[in-house]
Design a protein around this ligand. Structure first.
Ligand code: HEC
Ligand code: HEC
Length: 236
């Protein structure tokens, strides 16, 4: 008999001998199923976190982002205290790394961030991204915006070839991998920052999304919709 079966068999025999018999066995099977379910959920959650954080070393990222003073603006836990500075808490590492590369190469333009990203090595970027991605994900405080916005966010508008934001950004805009793209967390992001990014995609001031996809999407939005979407999404 293989070694791993032996203990199981003796438990089974003990159960047959026990006064509580089969009733006891049913309870234990139910418990076992519950444990299996819980551990498969937590294994899944661990896998998702590992995927989000990437291969970087968060402890070194913490030090680097402190000494480089990223945390001064973006917050020590990735939640910024300035409405114009985006949160990074729980943001996908792959997305953060791409943005830092784009700031360094000039594919994304912003005076402060172009300077901040200038000296970062690939290892610095990966480690800093791991630190911020590992923080509890940014959360909004609920949304009081107009009801049409939620519909626009979740269902898009087929008449205007407008795709649902959730198709790529995931439920509640909490980010995901879609079609090989690291789509950022936007749910719970700063409102003024979201508004500015959508306006910049629309005007073409920001152009670094794959195949200009966010430019095409923002082009289809009216200025009022941009305002209302920023309001709604920041509350998620
Ligand atoms: C003086 C304040 C300041 C400092 C210091 C700073 N940032 Fe920023 N960061 C900003 C602002 C403002 C933006 C928004 C840029 C825009 O509007 O496009 C930004 C944007 C970003 C983004 C893009 C976020 C997104 O959701 O697309 C990343 C990534 C980032 N910063 C990382 C860093 C890192 C890493 C450091 C340290 C090396 C750093 N920042 C230091 C102010 C700062
Ligand atoms: C087809 C996929 C797709 C759809 C649909 C989509 N997005 Fe995006 N979005 C992206 C990707 C990919 C990026 C990251 C681009 C980059 O690499 O800079 C992005 C970036 C953004 C950003 C910038 C986030 C930041 O931290 O700077 C905002 C804001 C945004 N999207 C809002 C929206 C809204 C609102 C909608 C719906 C009206 C939407 N997106 C629909 C794929 C999509």
């Amino acid at each position: 008999m293989p070694d791993n079966i032996k203990p199981l068999t003796s438990v089974f025999i003990a159960l047959l001998k026990s006064k509580r018999g089969w009733g006891f066995l049913t309870i234990n099977l139910a418990q076992l199923a519950l444990y299996a379910l819980i551990s498969s959920y937590s294994a899944q959650a661990n896998d998702q976190l590992a995927e989000k954080v990437g291969p970087g070393r968060a402890d070194s990222g913490k030090e680097l982002s402190d000494s480089e003073r990223c945390q001064e603006c973006h917050g020590s836990d990735g939640i910024s205290h300035d409405v114009n500075v985006p949160n990074h808490a729980g943001q996908n590492a792959g997305y953060l790394i791409k943005q830092l590369k784009d700031f360094q190469s000039g594919d994304r333009i912003h005076d402060t961030m172009n300077r901040m990203a200038e000296d970062l090595s690939e290892t610095d970027r990966v480690d800093i991204a791991a630190y911020f991605a590992g923080q509890p994900v940014m959360q909004g405080t609920g949304s009081t915006s107009k009801s049409y916005v939620r519909n626009l966010f979740e269902n898009g508008n087929p008449d205007r070839q407008l795709k649902p934001c959730t198709e790529c950004h995931g439920p509640n805009g909490k980010g995901m991998l879609h079609d090989g793209m690291e789509v950022p967390v936007i749910g719970g992001q700063k409102r003024a920052y979201l508004r500015r990014q959508l306006a910049n995609w629309k005007s073409g001031e920001r152009q670094n999304s794959p195949d200009g996809l966010m430019n095409k999407i923002a082009h289809l939005l009216t200025d009022q919709e941009i305002e209302d979407l920023a309001d709604y999404i920041s509350g998620l």
